[in-house]
Design a protein around this ligand. Structure first.
Ligand SMILES: Cc1cc2nc3c(=O)[nH]c(=O)nc-3n(C[C@H](O)[C@H](O)[C@H](O)COP(=O)(O)O)c2cc1C
Length: 386
């Protein structure tokens, strides 16, 4: 039997095997157009070849993690935003096999996956990556996706009650040394055997991004990492510090230690004007408004239920904020300073997207990473591969 080449303590896993105080990840690269509902021709393809090249580049440049989006159905519009997506667990397994250092998350909708099949898929990916697989557990919010599977979506709070049982079953499958029965309200599992256990005698890190009170409580009770779309840069640094402390205190009160992460969109260019011009060009002037209307309609926001002026504002806000991620737009100095603020606020990391990840990541790594090291929130960046 070959022995594990790597130690994968829970601390190692949370540190993502690096000394970077601020963890940087890439968000949404498995979905067409990533996080930018835009018509620009350079928008992200999400092809496997591009994802693989991106993961290799990201790893070589010291990016800490990749976070996909579990999406089953496009949002429509001229581009059918997210209409093409790679399934996240098989995507993660492929990327983990092709890399050695970067952490890769898989995102699952608890109601759509049997917990024992899912638990084994997570373990398999975790062994492939030698302790670099992370789990993003979501309960779903897009009704059309559930109809497509012929699965009835539970009412909102019951989704989290089910997810709790689902996660408890997965955790037992990961930990129980022998056979076990699981008797819950929703799940009855008899004579369960689940081997092997996750890599290195520990378990994958678990994240969630629930934003409702019940979703947030679920995350803080169960997860190692809580993702909030409310980035530090939206508010003052003091307010962000208070918010992060409040989230961590709530988690502690629920008997858990949770790290706080956020999400954002980066447009970084040599001058502020170039960055702002491109941001406006891609995200506003060439927004895929049909897709944005489709997404808002799924959240019951339509011009039929709110006044036209208010709807126009919401629509603009959604486009301008990369469908729920603060835009970091500007020079390397500007972007680095805003990202460093996230770390100063006590957040552990951020998952960012680009209009075209492969085109834009090299400049970001060349210019922003050394500045983040000088600002004391990341290690010296890795040298560019020859
Ligand atoms: C970083 C991040 C990643 C998310 N990933 C997914 C995903 O892959 N699939 C999905 O259906 N929802 C995803 N969501 C949505 C959340 O899981 C959650 O359902 C949403 O924030 C609404 O909160 P609630 O469930 O508490 O109402 C994500 C949200 C964030 C901020």
């Amino acid at each position: 039997m070959t022995s594990p080449a790597r130690t994968a303590s829970m601390r190692n896993r949370m540190e993502m095997y690096s000394g970077n105080a601020l963890k940087l990840g890439l968000f949404g690269a498995n979905c067409s157009s990533g996080r930018s509902a835009t018509l620009v021709p350079e928008r992200w393809s999400a092809s496997w070849a591009d994802c693989l090249a991106l993961a290799r580049l990201a790893e070589a440049r010291g990016i800490d993690f990749m976070l996909p989006i579990a999406r089953w159905k496009g949002y429509g519009g001229a581009t059918d935003f997210h209409g093409t997506s790679l399934e996240t667990l098989t995507w993660a397994a492929g990327l983990l096999a092709a890399t050695t250092r970067i952490t890769v998350f898989g995102t699952v909708h608890a109601p759509l996956f049997h917990p024992l099949i899912a638990a084994k898929e997570f373990v398999t990916a975790d062994h492939i990556g030698q302790g670099r697989f992370g789990l993003n557990l979501v309960v779903g919010w897009n009704e059309g996706e559930f109809e497509m599977f012929g699965v009835d979506q539970r009412e909102h709070d019951a989704r989290y009650a089910y997810a709790q049982e689902w996660l408890d079953a997965v955790l037992r499958a990961w930990a129980e040394p022998g056979e076990f029965d699981f008797e819950g309200k929703f799940l009855k599992l008899a004579g369960v055997r689940a081997f092997p256990k996750p890599f290195g005698g520990t378990r994958p890190i678990i994240m969630n991004a629930g934003s409702s009170p019940i979703g947030q409580a679920f995350a803080l009770r169960n997860c190692d990492a809580f993702f909030t779309a409310n980035a530090a840069s939206r508010v003052s640094l003091d307010a962000a510090v208070r918010k992060v402390e409040e989230i961590k205190a709530q988690a502690r009160a629920l008997g858990h230690e949770t790290e706080v992460f956020t999400v954002g969109q980066v447009v970084c260019r040599p001058t502020q004007k170039e960055a702002e011009d491109y941001y406006r060009h891609a995200m506003i002037e060439n927004a895929d408004w049909g897709a944005i209307d489709g997404m808002l309609a799924l959240k019951d926001i339509t011009p039929y239920v709110i006044p036209a002026e208010e709807y126009a504002k919401k629509r603009h806000y959604f486009a301008a904020n990369a469908i729920g991620g603060y835009p970091y737009v500007g020079t390397p100095d500007h972007v680095a300073e805003e990202l460093a603020n996230i770390s100063r606020a006590g957040m552990r990391g951020i998952a960012v997207s680009f209009v075209n990840y492969l085109n834009e990541l090299p400049y970001f790594c060349d210019e922003v990473l050394p500045r983040l090291a000088r600002l004391g929130v990341r290690e010296e960046p890795m040298r560019q591969p020859a």
